[in-house]
Design a protein. Structure first.
Length: 252
């Protein structure tokens, strides 16, 4: 999966050190000791310890009795203020829940940040196929149902930036040829929905559709992820597109 954005090089030394400490925590390493934070942040242990202490005092990080550091609730509270996350999620949630109840499958809501997908809501269906995504997680724009929708409606310079980089392969079905990806994006714009056929995991298929704001701009995407072979994607598309239109009306 794509790594989170790097700490900007233009930040001052104090802020840069603080950001490197926060960036040491990742989905696969959410709990770290001081030595691990220092190593991953590229800082002396004394400097990392001072920064960690300040973050703990503020509530951005928490330290347990064994000396393990984890992300604190203060960061979660701050992140919830992001308008593209909280406001969109609140308006979309009733329609996401409806889609989940109707299908009993995985329903996902995502936005684009730069050249990555950021998931802001996910509802796991009863007995649905396992997925790799999580709320707050990032993924490649080229592989997922929501990613293909967001990339298809992204500015041309963003599309070219993505397609001029090596495209990561997750399964034998992952489309890594830029010309084939361009064809998929054209299909999304023509038909109004995307199909990601076993591109992320070999047992899952995703259908995505765009969500528009009041000005008609694509600001997010919704998708339904089902077990491969359990349903034809073109029978799922009307359900997903209906949900996307309902959310768009709620935003408008």
């Amino acid at each position: 999966m794509p790594r989170r954005g790097r700490v900007p090089g233009a930040t001052g030394p104090v802020l840069g050190r603080a950001l490197r400490v926060l960036a040491a925590f990742t989905p696969d390493r959410p709990a770290l000791r001081l030595s691990e934070v220092a190593r991953r942040a590229g800082l002396p242990a004394a400097t990392a310890h001072r920064v960690l202490g300040e973050f703990c005092e503020w509530g951005a990080l928490e330290r347990d009795e064994s000396g393990i550091y984890r992300v604190g609730l203060r960061l979660w509270e701050l992140g919830a203020l992001a308008p593209r996350g909280l406001g969109l999620r609140e308006r979309a949630l009733p329609f996401l829940e409806d889609l989940s109840q109707i299908t009993r499958e995985n329903v996902q809501l995502a936005v684009r940040e730069g050249t990555e997908v950021v998931y802001i809501e996910r509802i796991a269906g009863t007995g649905a196929v396992p997925v790799l995504t999580r709320v707050g997680g990032r993924f490649a724009l080229t592989a997922t149902g929501v990613g293909l929708v967001l990339l298809a409606h992204a500015p041309a310079d963003v599309q070219e930036d993505v397609l001029h980089r090596p495209i990561e392969r997750y399964t034998p079905e992952t489309v890594t040829d830029p010309d084939r990806v361009r064809h998929l994006l054209a299909d999304v714009r023509t038909h109004g929905f995307s199909i990601s056929d076993r591109q992320v995991t070999s047992d899952a298929l995703s259908v995505g559709a765009p969500i528009h704001d009041g000005r008609g701009q694509v600001v997010a995407a919704v998708s339904l992820v089902v077990r491969y072979g359990s349903a034809a994607p073109h029978t799922l598309a009307p359900l997903v597109m209906t949900s996307a239109r309902a959310i768009s009306r709620a935003l408008g």
